[in-house]
Ligand binder design. Structure first.
Ligand SMILES: Nc1ncnc2c1ncn2[C@@H]1O[C@H](COP(=O)(O)OP(=O)(O)OP(=O)(O)O)[C@@H](O)[C@H]1O
Ligand SMILES: [Mg+2]
Length: 269
């Protein structure tokens, strides 16, 4: 069974149809790269999957749990939407760290709040049934995540004292701290100077080897080719072409995919 199943998602803003019947699935440990021109609906799709936008129709399921079935979200409780969101981690183009907290505090803040909430509701948090034990575990994990993204020495710095690449690596660690099933990236390197993109892409590559399931919206075509198991090319709110990187990037069949990629080839190398 697929880890993530997205079926027949439709989203419009007023009269603008942005997503026209999008379907795909993702297995555990797979990396999906989404490419496509500006305005094709990539961010909107990620925002729908993360419950930051509500589609007008479709199904979103993680494992055997249907999180969205097209029914009126106004009838859903906030608590339910927040619970749905926990299946996903989101890393934005603009890092979005909490500027008033240190790197380490950025990592432990949300997990601590969640632990408090869960324990209050009589549930365990990561197998721990007392707040103190849960917090100890959260702190231990935060230290491990800092090591994973290579920022242990920046633990007590504030975001304003970090480079863009370092801030983005903190944002990745922060998303991982909530143990999401699927980690989503929306152009994680496009706000960075070219010399800083490599360090962020390397962290994402490293996550692939630790079996994270990821969706990466990116304009880094060679990165998509090297890291993705599946590639989707979006155009005007539809999946124009999908397949392995060899199929979509090396050997595109659709004229629109070919035209899009030829623009990149002209600028790269
Ligand atoms: N909140 C909104 N209200 C109205 N229209 C929107 C909204 N969000 C997105 N759109 C429209 O939806 C379309 C798709 O936008 P989206 O941001 O998903 O594209 P994108 O593929 O991520 O583009 P880019 O590569 O530039 O980031 C655009 O025409 C955009 O103007
Ligand atoms: Mg976008």
């Amino acid at each position: 069974m697929a880890l993530l199943e997205v079926k027949n998602i439709k989203k419009h803003f007023g009269k603008t149809e942005v997503l026209k019947d999008i379907s795909f699935s993702l297995d555990k440990g797979e990396v999906l790269a989404i490419i496509g021109s500006s305005g094709s609906g990539k961010t909107t799709l990620l925002r729908c999957i993360n419950f930051l936008e509500t589609p007008q129709a479709g199904v979103i399921a993680v494992g055997d749990e249907v999180l969205f079935d097209g029914s009126d979200p106004a009838k859903k409780k906030d608590k339910e939407i927040r619970k749905n969101r926990l299946h996903f981690g989101m890393v934005f183009q603009q890092f979005n760290l909490f500027p008033q907290y240190t790197v380490y505090e950025n990592l432990i803040l949300a997990p601590k709040l969640l632990a408090k909430e869960k324990l209050k509701a009589g549930e365990t948090y990561m197998g721990e049934s007392s707040y103190r034990a849960a917090v100890d575990k959260i702190k231990e994990e935060a230290e491990q995540l800092l090591e994973k993204v290579g920022l242990t020495e920046k633990r007590d710095e504030y975001p304003c004292n970090l480079s863009g690449g370092q801030q983005q690596r903190v944002a990745i660690a922060r998303a991982l701290a909530l143990n999401p099933d699927v980690l989503c990236f929306d152009e994680p390197t496009s706000a960075l100077d070219p010399e800083l993109t490599g360090e962020v892409l390397n962290v994402i590559k490293g996550l692939k080897s630790s079996d994270s399931t990821m969706i990466v919206v990116t304009h880094e075509i060679s990165f998509a080719r090297d890291v993705a198991d599946k590639v989707i090319f979006m155009a005007d709110g539809v999946i124009e072409e999908e397949g392995t990187p060899q199929q979509v990037i090396e050997n595109p069949q659709s004229p629109r995919t070919q035209a899009f990629l030829s623009r990149f080839n002209r600028f790269s190398d």
